[in-house]
Design a protein around this ligand. Structure first.
Ligand code: GH3
Ligand code: MG
Ligand code: MG
Ligand code: MG
Length: 309
């Protein structure tokens, strides 16, 4: 006999519901109740594949079978105490045993007790879907805020705050694993003159081009940040001083060779300070920073467009 329910076919309905039900008696009622709601239904019995199937749907309607223990186990997998959040669960259960549906309620499932009516079930399903949508929207907002709070608005590089966090993390990691860590601080030379000559927004453009060049010039595992106005930082995990000097020299050359949008005749150069861990006088992240900063100012004093350590 052809099933009256949609099977595993993919279709264009907005929500797919996975109905987990062993008994042939509840299923037709569930399908009648949910059918007019324009949900696509997938039907399955209890089994080890349910959590995997659940990951592909918008919501799970769970009807406990004879074996309550199996349903408890499934519930625990569908709504773990902590860990990844799956689709919402609507439990359709008899009033006894109470412990089962109370546990489901506590974990955040919607509960519909026998004897239930179609409108009640539908309302619970919509409520669960709406809560899920609110959570998803909130999670997206949080992640966008996280991105914004660690990004520099002008260049798209990591910002000062994010750099400071990563500096400390990477320093701890290097200390713990007896690994190396290097830092390049870079300050553009006579940048004020660029602003004065071409205007502040042309200066902004140059900062963006410099940021892009820096990003191109380092490894994926290195971190490029806008440290301040026209100062940049490159954090190089698992890199010794010699490696950092090689990167610094490449960056220095690439910057001075950069063809800038604002003018063909304009050349931008930078002074760079390099520091590394492990080193006798570098015992904290602050000292790594200070050492690179002092080296940078030495490079300025020595005439700019150069690297000091
Ligand atoms: P040097 O570092 O070689 O000593 O000279 P400098 O002219 O680069 O140094 P100074 O610190 O005197 O000036 C830095 C300039 O960078 C001044 C400031 O207006 C400019 N600057 C800082 N942030 C921005 C920005 O976001 N956009 C633009 N266009 N300019 C900026
Ligand atoms: Mg300066
Ligand atoms: Mg400068
Ligand atoms: Mg500066």
């Amino acid at each position: 006999m052809k099933s009256p329910f949609c099977g595993d076919t993919v279709n264009s309905r907005p929500f797919t519901l996975l109905v987990v039900d062993d008994s042939q008696s509840t299923l037709p009622r569930l399908a009648r109740a949910l059918g007019p709601e324009d949900f696509a239904l997938r039907i399955t019995a209890h089994g080890p594949e349910v959590p995997r199937l659940a990951r592909e749907v918008s919501l799970v309607v769970l009807c406990p079978g004879e074996d309550t223990q199996a349903s408890v186990g499934l519930l625990e997998r569908l709504i773990p105490e902590e860990g990844p959040v799956g689709p919402p669960v609507v439990l359709v259960a008899p009033p006894e045993p109470r412990a089962f549906w109370l546990e489901a309620l506590r974990r955040g499932a919607e509960v519909v007790l026998d004897p239930w009516t179609p409108d009640e079930l539908v309302a619970r399903v919509h409520r669960a879907l709406a809560a899920q949508a609110r959570m998803a929207s909130l999670a997206a907002q949080v992640s966008e805020l996280q991105r914004l709070s660690s990004t520099d608005g002008l260049t798209g590089l990591h910002n000062h705050r994010h750099f400071q966090e990563r500096l400390r993390e990477e320093f701890r990691r290097a200390q713990r694993y007896d690994d190396s860590l290097s830092l390049i601080l870079l300050d553009l030379d006579y940048f004020k003159e660029i602003n004065d000559k071409y205007g502040h927004s042309a200066g902004d453009g140059v900062l963006r081009e410099v940021a892009a060049a820096l990003t191109r010039g380092v490894r994926e595992t290195d971190l490029v940040a806008r440290y301040g106005g026209e100062e940049f930082a490159v954090l190089l995990p698992r890199t010794h001083l010699t490696g950092a000097l090689t990167v610094a020299e490449r960056v220095r050359r690439e910057l001075r060779a950069l063809r800038l949008e604002v003018s063909d005749s304009l050349q931008v150069t930078a002074s760079l300070g390099v520091s590394s861990f492990p080193h006798r006088t570098v015992l904290t992240p602050e000292q790594l920073l200070l050492t690179a900063d002092e080296a940078l100012y030495q490079a300025k004093r020595d005439g700019r467009d150069r690297i000091c350590l």
